[in-house]
Ligand binder design. Structure first.
Ligand SMILES: NCc1[nH]cc(CCC(=O)O)c1CC(=O)O
Length: 305
């Protein structure tokens, strides 16, 4: 099989697509099939826009161009950062695998100082309302500044107007920049974004069985259950990647526990919901968490009521 993997051109997208391509070749070889994977570069609107995340009118700007290239037959499959993928299904496409998740945590990157060591009023860059609000809940004195751009650009701002920046551990790890993470933030203080650290592999729904079967071997059931719960909560809350909504599921002894948090923009008010059940009920755990939060006034916190 000679396969074409559609990818964005950013360093992070290229790194994670390249790593996944290697995994596909290895999985094929383990199954006694010879496969090659060639990266096909696609430019997306999200790579061009440089505004703050909050300013984007809709979620999914990073994924639409890739999906169109896949539907047009320019490539055979695509790899997304799951947290950038809108919750509604896309006609004609199918998520065939969700590989094992990377570190789901957010990290603080500074010149070496921990969060505790940063002075009163220190300037922290993030374009994410979820990160901003939870950061302010921990340290109300911090000066949260808007920040966008690729990981390199963001790291470059440390010591250049900013004392620190907030990033996903997964992105740094995939770029081989784990050493730039000064302090990983625990998932209770800084609940991650739904799907953070996970990838979603998409094919056309008329993809050949051989390709479908090969990619499906890279699915990780536990990760799939966790992100199903997280994204179902997000879907019920009708929130996108720019909303101050956090959801993180873990699995222990066959049970899945989902922690969902909706935070007011200044971090002073938050609603938390914890639900757990067997893995098979992942979607219903997410759904009931979302509905409980709506019943408790989540819409007001999200600024919609
Ligand atoms: N919204 C940008 C984005 N989309 C995916 C990642 C990397 C982390 C992941 O794969 O979940 C990042 C960068 C970041 O949030 O620091």
């Amino acid at each position: 099989m000679n396969l074409r993997l559609g990818t964005r051109g950013s360093a992070l997208a290229t790194a994670q697509s390249g790593q996944f391509a290697d995994a596909v070749v290895a999985a094929a070889s383990a199954a006694g099939v010879e496969a090659t994977v060639e990266l096909h570069k696609v430019t997306t609107k999200g790579d061009v826009d440089r505004g703050s995340l909050v300013g984007l009118s809709q979620t999914g700007v990073f994924v639409t161009a890739l999906r169109e290239a896949l539907l047009a037959g320019e490539c055979d499959f695509i790899v997304h950062s799951l947290k950038d993928v809108p919750t509604q299904p896309y006609p004609g496409l199918e998520v065939v695998a969700i590989p094992e998740r990377e570190d789901p945590r957010d990290v603080l990157c500074t010149d070496g100082r921990s969060l505790e060591e940063l002075p009163q009023g220190a300037a922290i860059g993030t374009g994410s309302p979820r990160r901003a609000a939870q950061m302010l809940a921990m340290r109300p004195d911090l000066d949260i500044r808007p920040l966008r751009g690729n990981v390199d650009t963001r790291l470059g701002r440390i010591g250049d107007g900013l004392d620190g920046v907030l990033l996903a551990a997964a992105g740094l790890n995939r770029l081989g920049r784990a050493a730039d993470a000064t302090e990983p933030l625990n998932v209770t203080a800084m609940v991650p974004a739904p799907g953070q650290g996970a990838l979603a592999i998409e094919i056309r729904d008329d993809a050949p069985d051989e390709l479908r079967t090969l990619l499906a071997t890279l699915d990780h059931a536990e990760t799939r259950a966790c992100v199903t719960a997280e994204r179902e909560a997000l879907r019920v809350l009708d929130a996108g990647c720019a909303a101050p909504v956090a959801a993180h599921a873990t699995v222990s002894r066959g049970r899945l526990t989902l922690h969902t948090r909706v935070i007011g923009h200044d971090g002073t008010l938050a609603l938390n919901e914890r639900n757990s059940d067997v893995l098979e009920e992942a979607a219903s755990v997410g759904r009931s968490s979302g509905f409980s939060l709506l019943g408790r006034g989540a819409e007001r916190l999200m600024g919609r009521a």
